[in-house]
Design a protein around this ligand. Structure first.
Ligand SMILES: Cc1cc2nc3c(=O)[nH]c(=O)nc-3n(C[C@H](O)[C@H](O)[C@H](O)COP(=O)(O)OP(=O)(O)OC[C@H]3O[C@@H](n4cnc5c(N)ncnc54)[C@H](O)[C@@H]3O)c2cc1C
Length: 354
């Protein structure tokens, strides 16, 4: 009996086929247009994991993964801009602070798009790129956010920093220049330059107490973040599938079989009640998935010959997107595991570099 796909999977496929895939090479060169974001907002996909009582779809993780594969395989830049939104939705869903009432509904219904600025927390305590201090009835942010995606496309921004007493503080701000918040020019990057990534200079940005979505000890936040970063991003499979679609069926078949096996293992591990207990396996399968992606995009370039290097060719775009996915959400732990799979680190060094 054939299973009926989730309505958001159907909508993601339609958005991918009608808009994202046909425009992908142009968007890669010119940037994600506001009209793409409007289409994503209308699709309901911004609320895929959001609570149903807030206007979201409350869909299970398998639907989140499938829609992410579809969108990333069609246009990785658009997928990347919208994927930031799911962390603010999740943070607000778990929050009992007043900002939940103000923002969870509009974010779940896709009326507002949120970006995030928190990956820099992963360098703490070695470094504290964004410092937060209590200031009157609110908080003051100082420092530099090295990466912020979706500038000019997002409506709001979930910004994180670390307090002097070692707590993380996440608060919402409007995603525009304002006193204490200045954005760089869009960063010129080898891939995903279309996603409008900038760095942010914070010089006394003041946010009221009511903007705070999470305030917790660093170690507590880091334990949850670590679990998230152990997993393989569904985009790795989405981009790999699109690369394999550029091969003839006979050449694609063995790589498709490998992809299916790695994906099955990655998602089965992700669905375990305590996946962190299998951290080693998660990180190994994550690295294997990236290696398969590299093989798939290389095969697509080889198949295409010289014309694969034209900026109008999907093969070169997918290969560059694969490069980007190597570092997205990277942690010291995943970097080390990947280097071991590549044979760049002997197995005996495991855990010694952290
Ligand atoms: C195009 C692009 C867009 C992005 N957009 C966003 C965004 O919108 N929001 C956001 O929050 N982030 C964003 N990022 C950040 C991204 O998730 C990080 O690049 C990723 O987590 C790797 O971190 P890094 O490059 O800052 O750290 P790196 O300094 O390269 O380090 C990688 C990891 O290794 C660890 N590490 C580095 N040096 C050492 C050391 N000496 N000892 C121990 N550990 C070490 C770091 O703590 C980190 O966890 C973006 C990145 C890119 C490339």
């Amino acid at each position: 009996m054939a299973l009926t796909p989730h309505p958001l999977v159907v909508r993601a496929r339609r958005l991918a086929a009608d808009l994202l895939a046909p425009e992908a090479e142009r968007v890669d060169q010119e940037g994600v247009p506001a009209s793409h974001i409007e289409a994503v907002k209308r699709s309901g996909l911004l609320g895929v994991g959001a609570p149903a009582d807030q206007g979201g779809a409350g869909a299970p993780p398998a639907v989140l993964r499938e829609t992410a594969e579809i969108l990333s395989g069609a246009c990785c830049a658009t997928w990347f801009v919208q994927t930031q939104h799911h962390t603010p939705v999740q943070t607000l869903t778990r929050s009992d602070l007043p900002v939940r009432d103000r923002l969870l509904g509009p974010l779940s219904r896709g009326e507002l798009l949120s970006g995030v600025a928190y990956a820099h927390l992963r360098s703490y305590p070695r470094r504290r790129p964004v410092r937060v201090h209590r200031d009157g009835d609110g908080w003051r942010f100082d420092g530099t956010v090295p990466w912020y995606t979706g500038w000019g496309l997002n409506d709001v921004l979930l910004l994180a920093g670390v307090t002097d007493s070692g707590e993380v503080l996440f608060a919402f701000a409007e995603a525009r220049e304002q006193p204490g918040l200045r954005a760089s020019a869009p960063l010129r990057l080898a891939a995903l330059g279309a996603a409008r990534t900038v760095s942010l200079e914070l010089d006394g940005l003041w946010l009221p107490r009511e903007a705070v979505a999470l305030h917790t000890p660093y170690e507590r936040w880091a334990a949850g973040d670590r679990i998230k970063t152990l997993h393989t991003s569904p985009a790795v499979f989405g981009v790999a599938e699109s690369a394999l679609a550029l091969l003839d069926d006979e050449s694609a078949a063995p790589l498709r079989a490998r992809l299916a096996g790695i994906r099955r293992t990655a998602y089965a591990l992700a669905d375990l009640p305590a996946p962190e207990e299998r951290a080693g396996e998660l990180l190994t399968v994550r690295a294997e998935a990236h290696e398969l992606l590299r093989t798939a995009t290389t095969a697509a370039v080889v198949t295409g010959g010289g014309r694969a290097l034209a900026l109008t060719s999907p093969a070169q775009r997918l290969a560059r997107e694969g490069l980007f996915l190597l570092v997205q959400g990277q942690t010291a732990e995943s970097r080390e595991a990947h280097l071991r799979v590549l044979g760049a680190l002997p197995a005996s060094t495991a855990g010694q570099r952290r």
